[in-house]
Structures are given as structure tokens and as C-alpha cells.
Design a protein around this ligand. Structure first.
Ligand SMILES: [Zn+2]
Length: 226
């Protein structure tokens, strides 16, 4: 592995159907005991994930866990195949509000589909939780894009894994996409919570890494000046 612990984006190129290509920026968090993948892409991604991990210097065999930022299908779709490939020896972490959706008890917010087979969560996350993973990761509940949405803040590197609470374009941080964010006002209030953090780098699932003017961009998005 590249260093003793850390975080990095894991670029997943996927076929989003109808010949449309999509690039997602999942993340890896690792230390000497664990390698966790944050978000799993769409269905049919196992090979893409394996290859992306291998080229980042992480053999797939080392993967020990998955953290889901939220219930959307381009984030949870790859999880069943990952669980199968690891014969169940993969820890799954998600926010407590994601549980009934992942368990197939209530339909997913956006698609209305029911998750089948049900996905089990091994560790339930809540706002403010601090994981010892990768030198320290703070869970921030950021509802709006979906009710269960979380962001992850990697303290040692001051990196924010934003999921879909923010997007990026050409290295510029942008508000979440209104088209896919039903509770938009709530989503912007959630961005305001992120302004309290000292963030040097953001990994946005849709759009990738931002390092320029991050604090300024967070503030202006939260203040609805964007
Ligand atoms: Zn989403």
C-alpha cells in the first residue's frame, strides 16, 4: 500500500446504460488493518473496482469494508457483487436512516425500487461518529440529496468525501444537482455544517477532486450565493 494510512479517490468508469459513459469518484480509506471502499458504483462493476484498486496499489483481497454515503443506486449498486466476491467477509457501514431502504423495507427515494436481496449493515453510523479507520474519520449527516446522506471527513489529510452533497466540475466545487436533490434547501443547510471543518481537499463522487478555494466555495454554496 502506498503509505501507512490515508485516503485517495478511486476513479470508476462505468457504462450507465443507453451507451452513456459515466465516471464516478469512489474513495479508498486505509490503514494497516483495513481497506475500505466508500461507495460501490452501479451494478456490474466488480471488475472495474478490482482493476481500479489494483492500479492504486491495493489488491482486492485486502478490501475489508464498505461505507455507503447514501442509498442511490449508483452508490449501492456494486455492493451485492462485492459481498459475493468476498464471501460475506466485508463490513458494511451506513447511516441509521439508510437501514430500512437497504433492508428493502421501504422503497428507495429516487427510483421507487425495493432493494432485493436485502443489504445488511454491520455498523450503523450517526452524525458525529468518529471512526478510527485511516487515522480518524468523522461522519457528518448531510440530509437533502437523500435523507440518509453522509459525508466523511478524513482528519489527518483534511479531506472531505462529499458523496453527492456537493458536485464538482473542472476542479470547482458546486452545489448538489437540484434535479437529483429533492430536499434542496435541506441539502444547502447540510453544506453549512461542512463549513465548520478545515477542508483542504474534497472528493466529489460526481466530478472528482477539488483543492482550489474549498473554504470559499463551501461558504458561498451554504449562503446560497451560488
Ligand atoms: Zn446520489
Amino acid at each position: 500500500m502506498p503509505t501507512a494510512f490515508g485516503v485517495l479517490p478511486l476513479v470508476l468508469d462505468m457504462n450507465a446504460g443507453n451507451g452513456n459513459k459515466m465516471t464516478a469518484h469512489a474513495s479508498l480509506l486505509w490503514d494497516d488493518q483495513d481497506v475500505f471502499l466508500v461507495d460501490t458504483g452501479i451494478v456490474g462493476q466488480l471488475d472495474v473496482i478490482r482493476k481500479a484498486m489494483a492500479s492504486a496499489g491495493f489488491p482486492f483481497e485486502k478490501l475489508t469494508g464498505v461505507i455507503l454515503t447514501h442509498q442511490d443506486r449508483d452508490h449501492i449498486g456494486g455492493l451485492p457483487e462485492l459481498l459475493e466476491a468476498k464471501s460475506g467477509s466485508l463490513k458494511v457501514l451506513a447511516h441509521e436512516l439508510a437501514l430500512p431502504y437497504l433492508a428493502g423495507e421501504i422503497p428507495l427515494v429516487k427510483s421507487g425500487a425495493t432493494v432485493k436481496p436485502p443489504l445488511q449493515v454491520d455498523q450503523i453510523l450517526q452524525d458525529g461518529d468518529e471512526l478510527s479507520l485511516a487515522g480518524g474519520v468523522i461522519v457528518i449527516h448531510t440530509p437533502g440529496h437523500t435523507p440518509d446522506h453522509i459525508c466523511l471527513y478524513h482528519k489527518p489529510s483534511r479531506t472531505l468525501i462529499s458523496g453527492d452533497a456537493l458536485i464538482a466540475e473542472n476542479g470547482v466545487l458546486l452545489p448538489p444537482d437540484p434535479q437529483f436533490t429533492p430536499a434542496y434547501e435541506q441539502a444547502l443547510s447540510s453544506v453549512a455544517k461542512l463549513c465548520d471543518l478545515e477542508v483542504d481537499t474534497v472528493i466529489a463522487y460526481h466530478g472528482g477532486v477539488c483543492t482550489e478555494l474549498v473554504a470559499e466555495r463551501l461558504a458561498s454554496i451554504a449562503q446560497r450565493q451560488d
